[in-house]
Design a protein around this ligand. Structure first.
Ligand code: ADP
Ligand code: MG
Length: 645
């Protein structure tokens, strides 16, 4: 075929401005991302003071530093894409000491805002001012200014309406900016950081603070108390910084900050490793505050995996996580971690005799007798009931705990010199969460054994707030039991011990479970697994499923709530790709829904029955989620508390 003269090329080069705007889409997703890049530039320029001012709309802000500044030539080049002073060859990436290296931030920010850069190099007499609008119409002029650099960004995204639509309210965007600011400021407590919002000073962090002081300054006041310093080196990885006292936890992870070689990052394995060190010291759904810095040889990480450099890839992730875990664990053990068991002082802890709490219970809740809730079980020696992967396995510490010592002292006393249960060599392939040990576990693991060996079984005294059982453990002291957690664990172990779904109860009225459209596909996959475990589940039609039997162990279960829990739990996973519905998951979820709840009134006989069951179940010291189920206030502790010794 002969080429015709009328062919127009359909492929053409994008113009520079458009390229920058496209790049901005990756790097600058919201005002906070621009602020982050600007702070990083200031730090790279060796600033000792960084001041930020954020205006009303959170799309207009300035970042000013007293750093190195730029020459006229550099200033003009800086807002071109792929211009950087920090990287010359690919090998430099591994040794990188600077925050920036991609050379695209300024170009990207300038292309999506009304931008100005005022800069004066330390050795120059005058300053340079560069202005641009949407990355074009660039003007360069002389100006007067102190040494350093001030970037002002106005009307971010004014020329990208689509991006602007995705912005949240100014207050929310301001929240993101503040978070960015805090993360950066924690990485460099030696540098002064100041931020203003709507023309008012918001945070003023002086230079040369210790990390603990800086962390305390940015945290809500009650969380900054009693910070614990950590510092450990494991196989060339150093983890140091500050972690929160177990008494000062938060409901979310918002105040956990991680850094790798000075760079703020987000990392699930590190978060998880930290949490594990607190296991047994804090409740589930509670999270410690922390600023943890890792120092890792440059070739062990790849910083170039994410456009905003918020994630890094570790060559040996378990090693990094292990260092965090070890550092936190050692510090928690060394710190004075006497649990806060100030019962005599607490005004809220009214002791209600088990039989006289009638007035607080709605009649409906009282109607069903709980008799027979606790199924007889034989002493557990069956190896099959060892907790499955994912659950706590009492590890090395158990044998080393000191029997008879005071519960409240054990985390300290027994902790010395113990292995953490983490071995970087053995655990290379997986984070092996169940191998982590915590400071509190050795003490608890021996508690039931001590109760068994006591002069007599615990005597129930009362139910507290319909949640805890209070008992006297002869010769040991006062025992407090979380009624839900302990029952949950007992049911779970009972279920896991049984062969299969032979012992089921056929329900006269089956449960009808309505799946939502998003749950329907998951139900198809779930039904056979449920049926195999004794929850006979059949498709009734449409989005309706029938659950016709339940395992005897779980005869008190709310089966619909249980199935919903399971779907929620599996929700994040790619169900089709790998539905790992191990038995233990079903068991743990079902146990939670079948166990007595906090808030359920129990009479004395029921409480005694539950305690008897506890004594037959040495593993009951933790619930399936890893929370402790029992607390002992030893006689010694009480004596000390009342000043008798
Ligand atoms: P990168 O930081 O990846 O090098 P940027 O686009 O953020 O890319 O910045 C481009 C260059 O501009 C930097 O390499 C640096 O030389 C210069 N620069 C940017 N901000 C500052 C600043 N606050 N002070 C001094 N130089 C700066
Ligand atoms: Mg930069």
């Amino acid at each position: 075929m002969a080429p015709t003269a009328t062919t127009h090329p359909t492929i053409h080069r994008l113009d520079k401005r458009l390229i920058n705007q496209i790049a901005a889409g990756e790097v600058i997703v919201r005002p906070a991302s621009a602020v982050k890049e600007l702070i990083e530039n200031s730090l790279d320029a060796d600033a000792t003071r960084i001041e930020i001012a954020v205006e009303e709309d959170a799309r207009t802000f300035t970042v000013r530093d007293d750093g190195r500044g730029m020459s006229r030539e550099d200033a003009a080049l800086a807002i071109e894409r792929h211009t950087t002073s920090k990287l010359e060859c690919f090998e430099d990436l591994a040794r990188l000491a600077t925050r920036g290296f991609r050379g695209e931030a300024l170009a990207a920010i300038a292309s999506v805002s009304r931008f100005s850069l005022l800069t004066r190099a330390s050795d120059s007499l005058g300053a340079i001012e560069l202005r641009a609008e949407g990355g074009s119409n660039t003007r360069l002029g002389e100006a007067g200014a102190p040494p350093g650099t001030m970037v002002s960004v106005r009307d971010l995204f004014y020329n990208l309406p689509a991006r602007m639509k995705f912005l949240r309210t100014p207050v929310v965007e301001w929240g993101h900016i503040l978070k960015t600011f805090i993360r950066q400021s924690l990485a460099r407590p030696d540098v002064a950081f100041v931020i203003r919002w709507r023309a008012k000073p918001y945070l003023n962090l002086p230079a040369a603070q210790s990390l603990a002081d800086r962390l305390a300054a940015v945290l809500p006041r009650e969380s900054g108390a009693g910070l614990i310093e950590i510092d450990e080196q494991v196989h060339g990885v150093r983890a140091y910084g500050c972690i929160g006292a177990p008494q000062a936890t938060r409901r979310d992870r918002r105040h956990q900050y991680f850094f790798v070689n000075g760079r703020p990052i987000v990392s699930r394995p590190l978060t998880f490793a930290l949490q594990e060190a607190y296991r047994g010291l804090i409740m589930t759904q509670q999270f410690p505050v922390a600023a943890v810095l890792l120092e890792i040889p440059g070739e062990e990480i790849d910083v170039n995996v994410h456009p905003t450099k918020e994630e890094v890839r570790f060559r040996n992730e378990p090693l990094a996580a292990g260092a965090v875990h070890r550092a936190a664990l050692q510090a928690l053990r060394a710190a004075d971690l006497v649990p806060r068991l100030d019962l005599p002082r607490e005004p809220g802890a009214r002791l209600a005799p088990g039989s006289s709490n009638a007035s607080r219970i709605p009649p409906a809740a009282r109607s069903g007798s709980r008799g027979g809730v606790f199924h007889p079980s034989t002493p557990s020696t069956d190896p099959r009931e060892a907790p499955p992967p994912g659950f706590f396995t009492p590890g090395a510490p158990v044998g080393e705990a000191v029997p008879g010592a005071n519960a409240e002292q054990l985390p300290l006393d027994s902790g010395k010199g113990e292995p953490t249960g983490y071995s970087p060599v053995a655990d290379r392939s997986a984070a092996a969460p169940e191998r982590y040990s915590s400071a509190a576990e050795s003490e608890e693991a021996t508690l039931i054994a001590r109760l068994q060996a006591a002069e007599g079984p615990p005597n129930v005294l009362a139910q507290i707030e319909l949640t805890y059982i209070l008992a006297e453990a002869p010769g040991l002291g006062l025992l407090l039991v979380d009624q839900h957690a302990v029952h949950e664990k007992i049911l779970y172990l009972d279920f896991m011990r049984r062969e299969r779904a032979t012992e089921v109860q056929t329900l006269l009225a089956p449960y009808t479970f309505e799946a939502s459209p998003t749950e329907a596909a998951a139900m198809e996959l779930l039904a056979p697994a449920l049926t195999a475990e004794g929850f006979q589940t059949t498709h009734f039609g449409g989005s309706t499923w029938l659950i016709e039997t339940v395992p005897l162990v779980f005869d008190k279960i709310d089966a619909c709530a249980f199935v919903r829990d399971l779907l929620d739990e599996l929700g994040g996973a790619d169900l089709k790709a790998g539905l790992e519905l191990e038995r233990h998951r079903i068991g743990a979820r079902a146990a939670c829904r079948a166990a007595v709840k906090a808030g359920d009134p129990l009479n004395r006989a029921e409480m005694q029955e539950l305690l008897d069951e506890v004594l037959r179940t040495p593993e009951a010291h933790r619930c399936p989620h890893g929370r402790p189920t029992l607390v002992l206030l030893s006689k010694d502790h009480l004596d000390r508390r009342f000043g008798r010794t």
